[in-house]
Design a protein around this ligand. Sequence first.
Ligand SMILES: *Cc1c(COP(=O)(O)O)cnc(C)c1O
Length: 416
Amino acid sequence: MTHTEQNLSSKSEALIAKENQYGAHNYHPLPVVLERGEGVYVWDVDGKKYYDFLSAYSAVNQGHCHPKIVGAMVKQAQTLTLTSRAFHNDQLGPYEEYVTKYFGFDKVLPMNTGAEAVETALKLCRKWAYEIKGIPENEAQIIVCENNFHGRTTTIISFSNDESARKNFGPFTAGFIKIPYDDVEALENVLKTNKNIAGFLVEPIQGEAGVYVPAEGYLAKTKALCEAHNVLFIADEVQTGIARTGKLLAVNHENVQPDILILGKAISGGVYPVSAVLTNDHIMNVIKPGQHGSTFGGNPIAAAVAIAALEVVKEEDLAQNAAYLGEVLRTGLNEIASRNSLITLVRGKGLLNAIVINCDEESDLAWNICMKFSEYGLLAKPTHGNKIRLAPPLVITESQIQECLDIIERALNDFR
Ligand SMILES: *Cc1c(COP(=O)(O)O)cnc(C)c1O
């Protein structure tokens, strides 16, 4: 790909050169070097201010450096940071009570990253299948969806169909059946013909795939099918959860309570890696001491930070704000699309949105548009070539959304 490069300051250039020389090249970032963040804004090393329309893939729902969350982290960091789970700590129990009541589950298993939480959910599901459901050992299958994104571990990429995430990383973990996303019948067919299904792992909206929103009723119907076949409905809400889509969880739009809920990203407001697997006793109790764990999982800083981050979501009514401003944003984007044929489609829910650019996935047009957004003070990144995700922190205001719509239209008009 030939990307147009911005006129970079020598300071940015030097810092990017260091990353290129000393860091693995496993990302292709926009050429912007950030040094500070506050609320919906980030600043680069030259003092230029931007709206953050990625929010670290929805980790920063509460806004950058939220004072309450950072305050909780600093206080706990000066008191006790890590005990491991070899001993108890005074933060974990209160956090476990808080997070389980918050989401309505009996128990939580604390981990650090989203991928770890997905792995945990898969292990839990398999163990439940053998010890409670009674599937013969080593024969459990978990159904997943095409174009999923659940993280980067060897097992998780085993059931990805993103070739760049898989190529030359095999051999892969067995035990997964892939079906098309947003296809109730495909799920029903597998459930009807295969007795060894343990779980169905699904993103309520496929974020990485380009903010693909399934048809209304998909989640409720697939949950009902899982229930009928004694199969665990596992919702990966690492990206969609914590108010992003206009409700606390995306499954709440269809009044679905998953059997296993996977959270990450915004559960810490983006200040610290925290993830969680929530489920009820009849499932969680299959895990006994020594069978699963993590040195950092459930550490005192994570516990204190997550409580603060979840309190902010309620105190600041972020779900309501995301629901309302999501409508404002999509209305504005559709108006722009009616004047500019570069946008072929606007989709999303709450403040998890994407525009599809009028080009194929191999074109660098969407990248160049993001470069232009950046020039005008808004940061976003293409996903799957021709889709640009638009997902600002949920603390954004209506007048800021209007200002961002102006930036987006002005940038798009430069490509006519
Ligand atoms: C980001 C993401 C993950 C992985 O989280 P990491 O913290 O990057 O490991 C898993 N599932 C979904 C839906 C995600 O968006």
